[in-house]
Design a protein. Structure first.
Length: 302
């Protein structure tokens, strides 16, 4: 069966058929998928009951898996999944639903804010691949927004203003938005704030795109209040419904998205009543968004 892609949203998102991710794709098929990924930014695969090894193998076709930076936050916690995975669930290491005050659950609530994965690290994420093993009967959807389309829709004067701007990103900023600040000095030192460009060119499609996340706090070199205001305005603009696709999960789905030109957020569900088990592998980008020679200057400007 040949690979086919059906567009699910007027702007982006492709539903892929004719692929079995449990087997290694030949080079032609993988090339078609890679081209579709560059075009649609979000790819949806249904009926893919893959195991951990199969998901890792497929993910690694797109690049090197990122180091588990979030392990800095959770040294005392036992892992439910293999170390290559981020555990996007409300389950503990014994597959029991976590208590409402469990630190891991509280930390993960920030996934319900609009973000792009790992923008709080010097080399951020290229792609994320999320597989569904248990889904709640209602709620728990994931929403995606197309930051290329959002950039295209900006007035020319705003596009000109954004060129060359650099924002500071920190995982502690996004968590603080939900009132969660319970981090040790060692945890904070393990993930220092990093600079990221505000506008980048997507390498696959060659389209310009905003690069935003709830991790972004302010514009480096600007007065703090002005930079915060600009980021808030851009976040509001980029998450208008016309740019957003909502994915309703079913068991066996695998969804992959391009962190370089999208944001996403998880929708709430009754975490104390229903389990939700999603498992994410994350592919590292090829390098930082801010050239190394500019990083020290950006950090000094704060």
């Amino acid at each position: 069966m040949a690979i086919s892609v059906r567009q699910l949203h007027p702007l982006f998102v492709g539903e892929v058929a004719g692929v079995d991710l449990r087997t290694k794709l030949d080079e032609k098929s993988f090339s078609e998928l890679a081209e579709a990924f560059d075009r649609y930014a979000v790819l949806v695969f249904h009926d893919q009951p893959i195991d951990a090894a199969q998901q890792v193998a497929f993910s690694e076709r797109f690049g090197r898996l990122e180091a588990k930076t979030t392990r800095v936050m959770r040294k005392a916690d036992k892992l439910r999944l293999r170390s290559e995975f981020s555990d996007i669930s409300n389950l503990d290491e014994n597959n029991r639903m976590m208590a409402a005050d469990d630190r891991r659950l509280m930390f993960g609530l920030a996934n319900q804010l609009w973000h792009t994965d790992s923008s709080f690290t010097r080399v951020p994420a290229k792609a994320s691949l999320l597989s569904a093993h248990i889904v709640p009967p209602e709620g728990g959807e994931t929403e995606f927004t197309d930051l290329r389309a959002a950039y295209d829709a900006l007035p020319p004067a705003m596009k000109a203003e954004l060129e060359g701007l650099v924002a500071e990103h920190s995982i502690f900023h996004s968590r603080a938005q939900l009132g969660y600040t319970d981090f040790t000095p060692e945890e904070r030192a393990g993930l220092p704030a990093v600079p990221q460009v505000l506008v980048r060119t997507h390498p696959g499609s060659q389209r310009k795109t905003l690069y935003l996340a709830s991790h972004a706090s302010h514009i480096i070199g600007w007065p703090r209040a002005e930079g915060e205001k600009l980021i808030a305005e851009l976040m509001e603009f980029a998450t208008q419904r016309r740019f957003v696709y909502q994915h309703r999960w079913r068991v066996g789905d695998l969804v992959m998205w391009d962190n370089r030109c999208t944001m996403h957020r998880g929708m709430p569900w009754d975490m104390q009543k229903h389990p939700r088990d999603l498992r994410r592998t994350t592919v590292e980008d090829v390098g930082p968004t801010v050239p190394e020679r500019m990083e020290d200057q950006a950090v000094a400007l704060g």
